[in-house]
Design a protein around this ligand. Sequence first.
Ligand code: FAD
Length: 354
Amino acid sequence: MGVRSDVVVIGAGQAGLSAAYGLRRAGLAPGSGFVVLDGEDGPGGAWRHRWPTLRVDRAHRIASLPGLPFEPADRTRPAAEIVPAYFDAYERVFDLQVRRPVRVSTVRSTGPDLHVETDAGTWTTRALINATGTWTRPFRPRYPGAETFRGRQLHTVDYNGPEEFAGRRVVVVGGGSSAVQLLMEIATVAAGTTWVTRRPPEFHDEPFGEEYGRAVVARVEERVRAGLPPQSVVSVTGLALTPEVRAAQAAGVLDRLPMFERITPDGVVWADGTSVAADVILWATGWRAALGHLAPLRLRGPGGGIAVDGTRVAADPRIHLVGYGPSASTIGANRAGQAAARDVVALLREPAAA
Ligand code: FAD
C-alpha cells in the first residue's frame, strides 16, 4: 500500500517545482495533498550538474519560476551554483517540502491507484506529475570500433571545463548548442579540435524572435501529440550567431565535418578513407527523456513515444509529463507544471473510478 498522497510529483527541477507551486496554490497540503520526490541530494534539478563554465549570463535564458523572480546578484557565476540556490529559496518560500534523495524505481497501477515505488518506500496516489527531465539519461550513439579506441570517450554530462583537454586532440560529436559551447571552450587549450555532426548546423541571427520560438515549440508539440519520441526544444531552435560564435567561425573552430563511419584505436575514419587522429572523443549527443520508471504502465505507443495531449498522457489521464517535449525549456516547464497542476486538481474533484 504505502503512504497515501493525492498527487505525487516526481522530480524537483523547473518543471516539478512549478507543478508543486500550482498544487500548493490550489490548496493542496504537502504530505497528504501532494508530495515531491527528487533523486538529488539537494535543490537545483539538473542545474546542479551543469559544467562550471556554463554561466547564467551565457545561458539561452533562464526563466523565473512562477511567483518568485530569478534575480541573481552576479550573473557571471556558474549556473550550477546560482540556480540551485534560487530553487532552494523557492522551495522554502512556498513550503514545498521536497523529499530527497528519493529515487523512484517503478510506477505501477492497480484500479484507480498508482503505486510509486522508491528507495525510501512506496507512495500511493491518484495522480502523477512526472518531471524527471533528461539529464540522468545521456544519449550516446553507437559507432563501430568505439570499444577499440585507446583514448578517452566522454559525454557532455561528464564535462568539467576545458582544462583537462589542454594539449589533446579532441573530436567533438553533436550539432546542438552544448556541442558548440564545449567546442569553443576546448579549442582555446586543445592541440586541435574536429567538429562532426550528422546534419549541417543551422545558425540563426540573434535574438530568436517570439514567433520563431512558438513555431519550434509547435513542431515538437505535434510530434508528442502523435506519439513520436520528442526532440528537445533547445536542440531544434538552431544555433545562435553570438559574437563569440562568429569569432569561432572566423577562426575555423566551427568548420564542420559530416559524421565519420567508424572509430579506430587512434581516432576516427570516414567512408572515403580520410582519418583524424584523436586523444579524446566528446559525445555532445544529447539526452533522452528519463521515463524508465514508467515502463510497467505501458504508455509507449507504436510510434516509440508517449502520446501526450497538452501535458496529459493520452492513454492514462492520471498521468502528466512536464518538462517533456515542447515543455523542455525553463519557460515551457513553468507553463506545463502549472497546467498539469490545474488538470490534476480537476481530476481529484471527480469521484474515483473503481
Ligand atoms: P531537471 O532539471 O532535469 O529536473 C529533473 C529532476 O528529476 C532532477 O532533480 C532529477 O534528479 C529528478 N529525477 C529524475 N529521475 C528521477 C527518478 N527516477 N526518481 C526521482 N527523481 C528523479 N532551458 C532554458 O530555458 N534556458 C537555458 O539556458 C537552458 N540551458 C540548458 C543547458 C543544458 C546543458 C541543458 C541540458 C538544458 C538546458 N535547458 C535550458 C533546458 C532546461 O534546463 C530544462 O528543460 C528545464 O530546466 C526543465 O527541467 P526539468 O524540471 O524538466 O528537469
